[in-house]
Design a protein. Structure first.
Length: 321
């Protein structure tokens, strides 16, 4: 158990385990995931995007910034896109692989049907790209780094992008190791909010170095073991039917009264992120219900079976209360 009796929340610095190299060494390495989308928009000459209503506003803000019109589509209760019309010329479909629940066979079927697809694997760092679709991964969703994203594409912009500098974005990452997450949460939020204004740049040298010393196979194994443990303990009560992703981002647990349960867990120092709070503005009833009641339970590399048992016990306690 960690010394601050906290489970979840943003990731702290990763342990040094030697030089392993980066996981996607041949990808375009950029400073943020939203700028990976900016890169794709520019290199493809995209004239319109279809984006999910079940998403935060980061993608729509990129569209506004790049003067790209966009149109929403809906997401079903199974976390898959509901595509109700064929594409129009110049339009790309932006597919978010929610919690890594879409297999590459499903993504390839969408590519074959729609043609022009960008895959958002923000929740699926370990899922490899499919051919014929630009693919984006976020580093800081899975590892204790200040920023960083990868883009796989077969067309490149001229190699004249500036390189970002991350030195001023690490205080919350290292501070968590010393003081716990709560003490540095404000710094984390400020860092997160600043990403909206960052221009398109290459990944910083600091982030490259931090990513090169991560034992990726160890992280993947622990995440899968924790996901499996939570599914064994909670699967019969989960309103979602799940597949096991590679190195999962979180364990999505659909329950009744999600906001109340999230608040209770926070009182027990189990921090569960609230994803996509703006879904209520654009989503339908299904999407709003999922956004409120799916709890992305932490199952990352900081924890083991003991913490997964604690999460399950607290969920059982709040269910009976």
């Amino acid at each position: 158990m960690n010394p601050f009796n906290e489970i979840g929340g943003y990731l702290g610095a990763e342990p040094y385990t030697g030089c392993h190299g980066e996981y996607y060494p041949d990808a375009v390495a950029l400073n943020t995931a939203r700028n990976a989308l900016v890169y794709a928009v520019r290199v493809r000459g995209i004239r319109k995007l279809r984006i999910p209503a079940y998403l935060c506003d980061s993608v729509s803000l990129v569209c506004d910034r790049e003067h790209i019109p966009y149109e929403y589509y809906h997401t079903g209760a199974d976390l898959r896109p509901v595509i109700d019309r064929p594409p129009v010329p110049g339009e790309y479909l932006y597919v978010v692989n929610l919690y890594g629940q879409m297999s590459n066979a499903e993504l390839a079927a969408l590519r074959d049907r729609y043609g022009r697809v960008i895959v958002d694997n923000i929740h699926a760092f370990y899922q490899p790209p499919i051919k014929g679709a630009d693919t984006i991964w976020s580093c800081r969703k899975f590892f204790g780094v200040p920023d960083g994203a990868y883009l796989v594409t077969d067309t490149l912009l001229p190699d004249d992008l500036p390189t970002d500098v991350s030195d001023g974005r690490t205080s919350h990452i290292y501070g968590r190791l010393r003081d716990g997450a709560t003490a540095h949460y404000a710094e984390f939020r400020a860092n997160d909010d600043a990403f909206e204004q960052l221009p398109l740049m290459r990944m910083s040298e600091l982030t490259h170095r931090m990513l090169s010393v991560i034992d990726y196979e160890r992280v993947k194994r622990i995440r899968e073991e924790n996901f499996t443990c939570l599914h064994r303990l909670l699967g019969s009560r989960n309103g979602l039917r799940l597949r096991m992703p590679e190195g999962p981002y979180a364990y999505p647990f659909l329950c009744e009264n999600g906001p109340r349960v999230r608040k209770y867990l926070a009182s027990r120092k189990i921090y569960v992120a609230t994803l996509w709070p703006n879904v209520s503005e654009n989503g339908n009833d299904t999407e709003r219900y999922c956004a409120e009641n799916i709890l992305p339970l932490p199952c990352d590399q900081r924890y083991g079976a003991e913490e997964m048992q604690i999460i399950a016990e607290e969920l059982e306690h709040v269910r009976k209360s």
